[in-house]
Design a protein around this ligand. Structure first.
Ligand code: TXA
Ligand code: MG
Length: 315
């Protein structure tokens, strides 16, 4: 199929209304959307990405009034988090209603819901007129795209339309918080930080799975965050011994910068998060064999950064 590339959210929305799938920018990463109420369209997402059918999708809305269409009641904790963080890079796991096809949630009785802040995303979602389910717009097994060109690299000819927006502002996927129990539980760290969540709900916990201060050996399911190159985590840049074809990303410069094929020194956590996935993809294009990534402290955005770095490192 020919993939239409457009800057117009309303042209893209027409594809959604016709049961096709569309890649669109959000403030986190690009998503690959379909009409949440169209089961055939949802199947096209899994087919285009080559995504395992047991991985649930996130519903994207532009207005809280749309929650009624897809959920069956909002738990009190979720209402607080919606008030504090919507629109933004936060996904809440809520009870789903029976209108949402089970293909969207991989058979789960819950649904992840997020209201993006990005202007183009909101124009697109408003033009669609219904909630849009979307995973990240990468081929399964690759890191999430932060530019429209990366979406095209993965999905050209496999999807109907790509919205040509800017590089995404944050660069890491949203924080996922399970709101089904007594206390909110962070399932995936992201740009809405643990510290920010604690200010709104002091009982918030980090699930063992997402708790990167307690590293365990990542299982096979973590490997999908990895670039082709081998990723090595390094706390101190001076300890890196670059091989022939290596790259380095971190907050401090290693002494032997000339030894690296590609190098990026970031001024803060925000820049590190913004650039990380793009850096991985550029390294893969240049056939870099080893990427050294400087580790960071797990405060604020550092928790999400370390989560993605550990998943990428296979260590
Ligand atoms: O920032 C983001 O969240 C991006 C943009 C496009 O919104 N989306 C994204 O989607 O990263 P995806 O599919 O790549 O990751 C969704 C994550 C997965 O880890 C999935 O297992 C989890 O959220 N998830 C989705 N629905 C869930 C549910 N009902 N219960 C538990 N986890 C869920
Ligand atoms: Mg993904």
């Amino acid at each position: 199929m020919k993939t239409k590339i457009t800057q117009s959210p309303s042209i893209a929305a027409r594809f959604i209304q016709h049961g096709e799938v569309v890649a669109f920018p959000t403030e986190t990463v690009y998503g690959l959307g379909a009409n949440i109420f169209n089961e055939e369209a949802i199947k096209k997402i899994f087919f285009a990405k080559d995504r395992p059918a047991d991985n649930p999708l996130i519903a994207h809305i532009y207005d809280v009034s749309q929650l009624d269409q897809i959920t069956s009641g909002i738990p009190a904790n979720a209402a607080k988090l919606i008030g504090a963080f919507f629109p933004g890079p936060l996904t809440l796991i809520l009870p789903k209603n029976e209108r949402v096809p089970s293909a969207a949630t991989a058979g789960l009785k819950t649904i992840g819901v997020r209201m993006p802040k990005d202007v183009v995303a909101r124009q697109f979602l408003r033009a669609c007129g219904m909630p849009v389910v979307a995973p990240s717009a990468n081929l399964s097994g690759r890191s999430s795209p932060t530019t429209w060109q990366e979406v095209r690299d993965d999905l050209d000819g496999r999807i109907s339309c790509i919205i040509k927006g800017d590089q995404t502002k944050i660069g890491l996927e949203s924080t996922v918080v399970d709101c089904m129990g007594d206390k909110p539980v962070i399932l995936r760290a992201g740009a809405v930080t643990l510290e920010e969540l604690l200010k709104v709900i002091p009982q918030t916990e980090v699930s063992n799975e997402a708790d990167t201060s307690n590293p365990k050996s990542p299982g096979m399911k973590h490997r999908h965050y990895a670039p082709k190159a081998k990723v090595m985590l390094t706390p101190f840049p001076q300890y890196t011994v670059p091989l022939n074809s290596s790259a380095y990303i971190g907050l401090e410069s290693p002494p032997n910068t000339a030894a690296f094929k590609r190098i990026l020194i970031c001024k803060d956590f925000e820049e590190y998060a913004h650039e990380l996935f793009h850096f991985f993809r550029e390294c893969d294009k240049e056939e870099v064999e080893t990427i050294y990534c400087q580790t960071v402290s797990e405060e604020g955005l550092g928790l999400a950064l370390m989560d993605r770095l550990r998943r990428a490192s296979h260590s």
